[in-house]
Design a protein around this ligand. Structure first.
Ligand SMILES: Cc1cc2nc3c(=O)[nH]c(=O)nc-3n(C[C@H](O)[C@H](O)[C@H](O)COP(=O)(O)OP(=O)(O)OC[C@H]3O[C@@H](n4cnc5c(N)ncnc54)[C@H](O)[C@@H]3O)c2cc1C
Length: 478
């Protein structure tokens, strides 16, 4: 493989083909559940270089079909399902998009922004804001995840309720195919019915069908005011009732609706002493709501206060606060966004990123909580998520005092079966927004319709017959 490495160095420059030293930033996943070995970490600087790297690898694989060579596309490496790091064969190339980070074009009249795949999400938000617009994709990893990774995983986040997933925010893509060809699909069109929707094949494919090198994204007018409220609710049923009320009172200006369980919030209070977590001690759940209003702050506040009054009257809210200013709003969001970090500090847990219809959420939580409590005495549930989208991070933590690694080794298979069987019984999905990666490949085989799996394999085989792109992720062939 030395000849291939020399060829790659000639394409991107020797300094951008890393083979030695500490490569763990690219070879270990964010949760530190998996550490692989890369043949090289390659950093191209342009779409053309990406295409040349892929072509060189494709040619090598054609010449040496048993070499086991493959490519793992990587953005910010914040994915949670081990999809962006290499396996331990030492035969995978990590193709990092970090150097493709230019903002190519803002089209104000068309409300679009074209950026390269390695742009950090927060930078995209800031660039949109500087031009007087709003790019509403938002998630706790936004300071390090990239647009390419967001589209590769069809990321969700906190604004899906109003704006949809990453897929819904994307109008066009530029992609390097597994043959090293460039598909110039950066259209900013909102209507284009000219055959199969290729863009939507690549979005959510987790790097198994090609490499996204740039995207044209939708922009929105900035709201006049964004107000945040925090409400204590006695149960999941009450949270769902509050969601219905919020949709009636706020309509399209309801942009966020997050539910957080008491134990999840207690972990934030325990591990982030600087954050003051309101109302959680006397309430089973808290809800964070956001009202992004096109009129004025006074209008937004009156709407939110009207909603909370109605909710207090109906009994689905027992207490509530509305942030007085941006700092307070930021602090409330910081509490929500600190939950993933707080649970990581508490020790590894068994993560589930599931969705069920909102109407079935309370029944799902009640029955699954009960099954888990019966199966494992003292089990702790870190329950939080995007209730407005029917998406819950339903994570299972070891009983107090039990070693997290031992708990995972002994209980993960059993816990996954309990949770995923319940998800299926409630008409849900075993992966709402994090994707499949390598962690959930076996679960997908078990829980997805055989017809869907057959169709997915047929697509993969048609587009990437030599299995060059991120093999073993999402599904296994054969
Ligand atoms: C604290 C925290 C909070 C999070 N919150 C959320 C959340 O609310 N919602 C959510 O959906 N996710 C969330 N995530 C998961 C993660 O941040 C997202 O999946 C994110 O979109 C991944 O972006 P990335 O650039 O880090 O991609 P990576 O981790 O580098 O890659 C993820 C996958 O996409 C593929 N990929 C990367 N770049 C490309 C490309 N250019 N072309 C093709 N494929 C590519 C990779 O091969 C891999 O399969 C969270 C993660 C953390 C750590």
């Amino acid at each position: 493989m030395q000849t291939l490495l020399s060829e790659l160095k000639a394409i991107v420059g020797a300094a951008h083909v890393l083979t030695e030293g500490d490569l763990s930033a690219w070879t270990q996943d964010w949760r530190k559940r998996s550490s692989g070995k890369a043949l090289a970490v390659v950093h191209p600087a342009s779409t053309d270089e990406v295409a040349q790297v892929v072509k060189a690898c494709a040619d090598y694989l054609t010449q040496y079909p048993d070499s086991g060579l493959s490519i793992v596309p990587q953005g910010g490496n914040t994915g949670l399902v081990v999809g962006s790091t290499p396996d331990d064969t030492g035969r995978q190339i990590v193709l990092s998009l970090q150097r493709l980070n230019a903002v190519r074009h803002i089209d104000a009249a068309n409300l679009t922004l074209t950026v390269e795949a390695g742009c950090i999400l927060q930078t995209v938000q800031e660039q949109a804001e500087a031009a007087g617009f709003w790019f509403p994709l938002s998630l706790a990893a936004e300071g390090s995840c990239t647009i390419g990774g967001n589209l590769g995983t069809n990321a969700g986040g906190t604004q899906v309720l109003r704006f949809g997933n990453a897929r819904d925010l994307c109008l066009g893509l530029e992609v390097v195919t597994p043959q090293g060809d460039i598909w110039p699909g950066l259209s900013g069109l909102r209507k284009d019915n000219t055959g199969y929707d290729l863009k939507n094949l690549y979005i959510g494919a987790e790097g198994t069908l090609g490499i996204i090198t740039a995207a044209t994204l939708k922009l929105y007018p900035q709201p006049k005011a964004q107000l945040t409220a925090w409400a204590a609710v006695p149960s999941v049923e009450a949270a769902v009732q509050l969601l219905g009320l919020a949709q009636q009172h706020l309509s399209a200006s309801l942009t966020g609706f997050e539910m957080m369980g008491q134990f999840a919030l207690s972990l934030v209070a325990r591990h982030f002493a600087n954050l003051r977590v309101p109302l959680y001690q006397s309430s089973a759940f808290c809800v964070l709501l956001e009202n992004a209003d096109a009129e004025s702050e006074a209008h937004a506040r009156a709407q939110l206060e009207g909603l909370l009054e109605a909710a207090l009257e109906e009994g689905c809210v027992t207490d509530a606060v509305v942030a007085e200013n941006l700092t307070q709003a930021h602090n409330l969001w910081q509490i929500r966004e600190s939950i993933p970090l707080a649970q990581a500090l508490e020790g590894l847990n068994i993560k589930h990123d599931i969705s069920v219809p909102v109407s079935g959420m309370a029944a799902f939580v009640a029955s699954t909580d009960k099954l888990l409590a019966q199966a494992i005495a003292g089990v702790r549930l870190v329950n939080f998520g995007h209730l407005g989208d029917g998406n819950l991070h339903y994570n299972v933590q070891a009983p107090e005092g039990q070693d997290a690694a031992v708990f995972l080794a002994e209980q993960e298979t059993r816990v996954n079966s309990i949770v995923f069987d319940a998800v299926l019984a409630h008409g849900g999905s075993i992966s709402a927004e994090h994707g499949v990666g390598s962690l959930k490949v076996d679960h997908l085989t078990h829980y997805k319709s055989p017809v869907a799996l057959h169709t997915m394999r047929a697509i993969k085989q048609a587009l990437d017959p030599h299995n060059l792109m991120n093999p073993g992720r999402v599904m296994r062939l054969g």
